[in-house]
Design a protein around this ligand. Structure first.
Ligand code: 5AD
Ligand code: SF4
Length: 443
């Protein structure tokens, strides 16, 4: 795409939802930068506004409509402004978004990100408003690798290793909006990580809906070995693991590969076998607990985090109590908890025994208050320990301080020289809070 005028064209991208979407936004930015756009943080200044959307719960979806609605006045003041919607809501609602929101020019589905520059050109050339939401079976690396100034000066980033999901948990819209599971070839992933390492990246998080079923010429454990062996890569993480596919081989790998960070996000969703079955999760509470025990026995310092849904259709008081018992037994290092939200097309949305919202709200609050105490207790247990922190840069609250994360993925703020950015620093933990730790450098 040639620049249409001599002045710079600016793009503003607003992102909702998960890490997959964060990473897609970075890819969009990279593509647009390669087509003479520059990034702006001010929508009023933009020639192109992209809203990258999430539809995992109804609340996230509603936020999209209000956000895009806010840009209507900008479009009225500047008719040549192009407004696009991408991501999961775009995939789900498709061209109907153009009807619903006359100030939107462009709808781009989850498999069509690479087409954004061409689609913007079509709109600018006066060819009308466009929707591109067809699924595409192949996973082409040029569509997935990221080469962006968005990563300049960064110490860590995400790397897509697969997309889509084949599990069809009965509550989840992801398989419908992200399509079937496809793995990226290992060679492509390794090439990308090497390039990232050469550009200063020290930590990568391998990204997929269900990384344990990765199948791109090598197994997932082998991919982790090879990524970890790349010069300059000091730390490797991965999300998300599905408990049913977490293998003993992978569990043992943490003992073999020092670069593998000691953190594991292992979404349990519920502590009741009856509910797990109706969610189609493919494991029982005891299967799950056995894997957690194995991880904790082998690696006492490993942080285990989870996702929980409360108020799934048919969840009784007893089922919910079982979830609370599980949470108290496992003592998660952190948790994301959600009220069940019925999603279009999913099986559970049609279940007759939906739980009233007051009950869902009550359960959410009880669960969160129990977890809050556990998280603080776990953070407090870090005080007095010296841990390796990968320094990422100045802290948000106080630019004279550095921020980084421990191997077990806890945020640590500490006084230190800006030159330490990108290095592993030994930090003595002195204070614990709900969401972070404070410490001092040990020379
Ligand atoms: N309602 C509530 N939470 C959901 N999640 C996925 N679908 C739904 C839904 N319909 C949660 C799950 C998942 C996380 C990313 O979002 O806990 O692990
Ligand atoms: Fe959704 Fe289940 Fe796939 Fe996760 S594994 S993306 S919860 S269908």
């Amino acid at each position: 795409m040639e620049s249409t005028s001599s002045r710079d064209r600016y793009v503003f991208i607003e992102t909702f939802g998960c890490q997959m979407n964060d990473n897609d936004s970075i890819r969009m930015m990279a593509l647009l930068e390669a087509n003479s756009y520059r990034k702006t943080d001010r929508p009023e200044e933009a020639d192109l506004i992209l809203v990258n959307t999430c539809s995992v719960r109804d609340k996230a979806e509603q936020k999209v409509y209000s956000t895009v609605g806010r840009y209507k006045s900008l479009k009225e003041a500047k008719p040549e402004l192009v407004i696009g919607i991408s991501g999961c809501v775009a995939q789900q609602a498709g061209a109907s978004l153009l009807k619903r929101m006359p100030h939107v020019d462009m709808v781009v589905g989850t498999h069509n990100i690479h087409r954004i520059p061409a689609l913007v050109n079509e709109v600018l050339a006066g060819q009308g408003r466009v929707a591109s939401t067809e699924f595409d079976e192949a996973i082409h690396t040029e569509k997935y690798s990221v080469n962006s100034t968005a990563l300049k000066g960064k110490v860590k980033c995400f790397v897509n290793i697969m997309r889509g999901c084949d599990n069809f948990c009965t509550y989840c819209i992801v398989p419908y909006v992200r399509g079937r599971e496809v793995s990226r070839p290992a060679g492509d992933i390794l090439g990308e990580v090497r390039a990232l390492a050469e550009n200063g990246i020290r930590e990568v998080t391998l990204l997929g809906q269900n990384v344990n079923s990765y199948d791109g010429e090598v197994t997932f454990p082998e991919l982790l070995r090879r990524v970890s062996a790349i010069d300059g890569i000091d730390r490797v993480r991965f999300v998300t693991s599905h408990p049913k596919d977490l293998s003993e081989e992978l569990i043992h790998l943490f003992g073999e590969v020092p670069e593998l960070a000691r953190s594991m996000h292992l979404p349990v969703q519920s502590g009741s076998d009856r509910v797990l079955e109706r969610m189609r999760r493919g494991y029982t509470v005891s299967d799950y607990v056995a894997k957690v025990r194995m991880l904790r026995d082998l690696y006492p310092d490993m942080a285990i985090t989870t996702d929980v849904i409360v108020g799934f259709p048919g969840e009784s008081d007893d089922d919910f109590e079982d979830t609370l018992s599980l949470v108290s037994e496992v003592e998660y290092d952190g948790m994301f908890s959600f009220k069940y939200s019925p999603r279009p097309e999913t099986e559970a949305a049609g279940y007759p025994d939906q739980v009233p919202d007051e009950t869902r709200q009550e359960r959410l609050e009880r669960l969160q208050s129990i977890q809050k105490d556990i998280t603080l207790k776990k953070n407090t247990a870090m005080v007095g320990r010296t841990v390796k922190v990968l320094a990422e840069g100045p802290s948000k609250a106080d630019a004279s301080e550095l921020t980084g994360r421990t191997s077990c993925n806890r945020v640590v703020n500490f006084p230190g020289d800006a030159a330490l950015k990108g290095s592993m620093v030994d930090v003595l933990i002195t204070e614990a809070y709900a969401n972070s730790l404070r410490g001092i450098c040990r020379a």
